[in-house]
Ligand binder design. Sequence first.
Ligand code: NAP
Ligand code: MG
Length: 499
Amino acid sequence: MDVSTTLSRLGNAASSFLAGKHQLFIDNQFVDAKSGKTFDVFEPSSGQMIAKVAAADAADVDVAVAAARRAFETGPWSKMVPAERGKLMNKLADLIEANADELAQIESLDNGKPVTFARFIDIGGTIDMFRYMAGWATRINGETITPSIPGDWHVYTLREPVGVVGQIVPWNFPLAMASWKLGPALAAGCTAILKPAEQTPLSALRLAQLIQEAGFPPGVINILPGLGETAGAAIAAHPGIDKVAFTGSTEVGKLIVQAASGNLKKVSLELGGKSPVVVFPDVDMARAIPGAANGIFFNSGQVCTAGSRLYAHKKVFDRLVEGVAAEAAKIKVGPGLDPATQIGPLVSQEQLERVTGYIAAGRRDGATVVTGGKRLGDDGYFVQPTILADTNPNMSVVREEIFGPVICAIPFDDDDLDRIAREANATSYGLAASIWTTNLGIAHKMAKRIKAGSVWINTHNMVDPAVPFGGYKQSGWGREMSHNAIDLYTETKSVFASL
Ligand code: NAP
Ligand code: MG
């Protein structure tokens, strides 16, 4: 697949955006990196270079932090009433909606995901998130408290924005992840420095143009593409940043925590997962088969909550695995901008090597490849939807996050929910799980026993801006979405007045 075929599928707006300059967005200005450096962006279905983007480093982060600090302490943002902040956020959501097709094309081009999914899930989800969080701007309130101290008191709390926040996001849902971060920060009255992933910086830079158009005051939102080791590390360590929010690998999450310890900035983390899909013998197969297939193959498995361990009771195991394999064989794998595509390529050469490396390790360790297992074609980063069976709990494919369209099918022969849950929980992660049964009692008993931030019953990968999202164990710290996200971006101040 040549990149020109993909580029020819872009509309005029996306084409002219791509042809433009891709600079840092600091204090409402588009500027080059101080170093003059850029990095290359590749199109995943061809592996060819499509853009050069300014590469921020520590010096640019310093400038952005100064701008964000000014905006937070003394700029018009600091004096804006909550309703005005909400209005600006709604305006931004309207602009995203008005440019949704273009943004979906940019996202598909940059990440490789199917453009129709990008339109409804990534861009649609971004619009919903900004609108939901815009509503919170006017609903962030403290409380009055009656203390038991002798005397006459008026005691109350104030909820105040935490300050200047640094936000580092990954490449799997680039714009949507930016909205999960910016939405609650803006609602709370913070100012932000956002670093998109080096693989997928383009939609965040188009967002920067819309932020300018919406009329946000200078310095409120700064967008700094750059490498993790330079720009990301500078954000995590910066003494002028009050809070850092990160989504990505558990490995980098640990680096963020270390870097943040210098000024003890607040930290929230959304990290990896190895989510079990637990299937009971009374399951409705007509739902479980497509459910399990979508749970792992959606977004080419590049989803932190991907259902990557299929635990099924022996009574239904063979039928289920056959069914998921049949679904996998039907999936149309292709370039994201081809409207017929259901699964795109992986995001990068690095991910291609990582995922095919895991499949090879699984084979070496004795796993059976039920379906898939190979790279597709010689160009681009395509991998077949893959099912592995005959695994054991020590294999890396069972223990580690693969972040590709690869599921390990593992049978269980047990009726004891505690033992089943123990096996489902036997991972250092705890992001999500799904339970498939028609028995209400089993469903809710299992939901209690699973150690994960999200449990889905007869469905998988469901999120909503009003519902908390985050991880137990090494899947993270804190909860995003819902009022929980507002907590991440506010400080609580207690005021005691002796009357
Ligand atoms: P990653 O390195 O964790 O990247 C996530 C973000 O962190 C990117 O913006 C990255 O910047 C930045 N970053 C990297 N090193 C940093 C550092 N030392 N300090 C501050 N920021 C830093 O993830 P990846 O390398 O792209 O992918 C590796 C694996 O991570 C995947 O295979 C998958 O298992 C996992 N992952 C999980 C999620 C999730 O949603 N939980 C998302 C993506 C990846 P650069 O892009 O410039 O390096
Ligand atoms: Mg990395």
